[in-house]
Ligand binder design. Structure first.
Ligand code: ADP
Length: 378
């Protein structure tokens, strides 16, 4: 077996527990044992268990009660109940309560072994089904998000074009006046929205490439300071629109070299994209006249980049989730500058491909956020 399944044996007879442990370990299972129901349930709660074999007749808590509780705590565990001779009714009750099957005591090992491998196969099939259902749900959600996020700028474009064309003085389209102040403003709206669609489509294509695993890094020795300067320059106009200040800090304590001498072996385009994405997010999620600090530090054999803002912050509960694909803390906030909730998951992939780490910190809502990532120098 490539992945050893774990079996828990719950039985008050020590001899039987020892014999089964020995036999099943020899067959490649990881075996845990418990001498009563309470101890068994504790193990079920605390450990990863695939299957349980429980005796029916036990002092304190009988096997049927144990089965019921296991199905409450971890319904995906397959349970086989070991019944005494002539207790058909109990066996049927166990099946009704969700047991995978029952086996009469005293049983022969080949029979038990066949039952266990069938139970494990069923468990794996069920879990594949659950992941397929989950994937299907995510796919539906994703499609409706993509449709919505692409339709919004498209509607803005077509509405604006209608305004231009409905100008009473325009009877002939060749005489459109693109110099008038009104039309210049309308053209800018069209430009902004086509840019939004372009960025969304590019992100989607890159995301698809990464998902398909055909993403190749083009590594070179790159000056860290040029990555930082280019990233900040790329989003400066977005920050200016919201009167947000971006300050650069370089920590070279204990080093003798100058900041522009620090090189890192990485895919320039991708690392610049990560940093740009983090700063653009900080701009997005920070109110007007907010502050953003971009730090970089050389620590041993890696470069640490930090983007810190004093914006809306992230709750503790959501800190780990923001890097999940399709995750958006509050989808309703994204009418103006929508993304698909894949920006940070792309960042995570890029950083991990470089064998670095990425994580977020925040003291909570309205307390600002800090996004940190590291890239090994070599
Ligand atoms: P999106 O396209 O929604 O911005 P991301 O993957 O970039 O997708 O971010 C996922 C979610 O993480 C965002 O929807 C937002 O809720 C949260 N987030 C990202 N950056 C910040 C930040 N600087 N401050 C607060 N929340 C943030």
């Amino acid at each position: 077996m490539e992945n050893k399944p774990t079996i828990l044996i719950i039985d008050d007879e020590q001899g039987l527990r020892d014999m089964l442990s020995f036999a099943l370990q020899k067959e490649g299972y990881i075996v845990l044992t418990a001498e009563n129901g309470m101890e068994g349930l504790k193990k079920v709660t605390e450990q990863k268990i695939d299957m349980v074999i429980t005796d029916i007749k036990m002092p304190e808590m009988d096997g049927i009660t144990v089965l019921g509780k296991i199905k409450e705590i971890k319904p995906d565990i397959e349970v086989i109940v070991a019944t005494g001779y002539g207790t058909m009714e109990t066996a049927i009750e166990a099946l009704r309560k969700g047991a995978y099957d029952f086996i009469n005591k005293p049983f022969n090992l080949d029979e038990l072994s066949a039952l266990l491998s069938k139970a494990y196969e069923t468990k794996q099939l069920k879990s594949k089904l659950v992941s397929l259902e989950e994937l299907d749900r995510l796919k539906d959600e994703f499609f409706s998000m993509v449709t919505h996020d692409l339709r919004t700028p498209l509607m803005a474009i077509s509405g604006t074009l209608e305004l231009i064309l409905s100008d009473e003085q325009v009877s002939d389209e060749t005489k459109l006046d693109f110099q008038s102040e009104r039309n210049k403003k309308l053209l800018l709206i069209i430009h902004r929205n086509t840019e939004r669609i372009r960025a969304l489509v590019n992100n989607l294509l890159d995301f698809a490439k990464m998902e398909a695993g055909c993403w190749q890094l083009k590594k070179q020795d790159i000056s860290v300071i040029s990555i930082i300067n280019d990233s900040i320059n790329g989003v400066q106009s977005l920050a200016d629109n919201k009167k947000i200040s971006i300050t650069k800090h370089i920590s070279l304590i204990g080093h003798t070299f100058k900041s522009d001498e620090i090189l890192v072996n990485c895919d320039y385009e991708q690392v610049e994209r990560v940093l740009t994405n983090l700063i653009a997010n900080s701009i997005k999620y920070t109110r007007e006249a907010g502050r953003i600090n971009v730090y970089f530090e050389k620590i041993d054999k890696e470069i640490k980049f930090v983007v810190e803002d004093n914006g809306k912050g992230i709750t503790k509960e959501n800190l780990g989730k923001v890097f999940d694909k399709f995750y958006r803390v509050d989808p309703s906030l994204k009418k103006e500058e929508s993304g698909f909730g894949i920006g940070l998951s792309i960042c995570k992939r890029v950083v991990e491909l470089h064998k670095g780490k990425i994580y977020a910190e925040s003291e909570g809502l309205a307390k600002g956020s800090r996004f940190i990532f590291t890239i090994p120098i070599r």
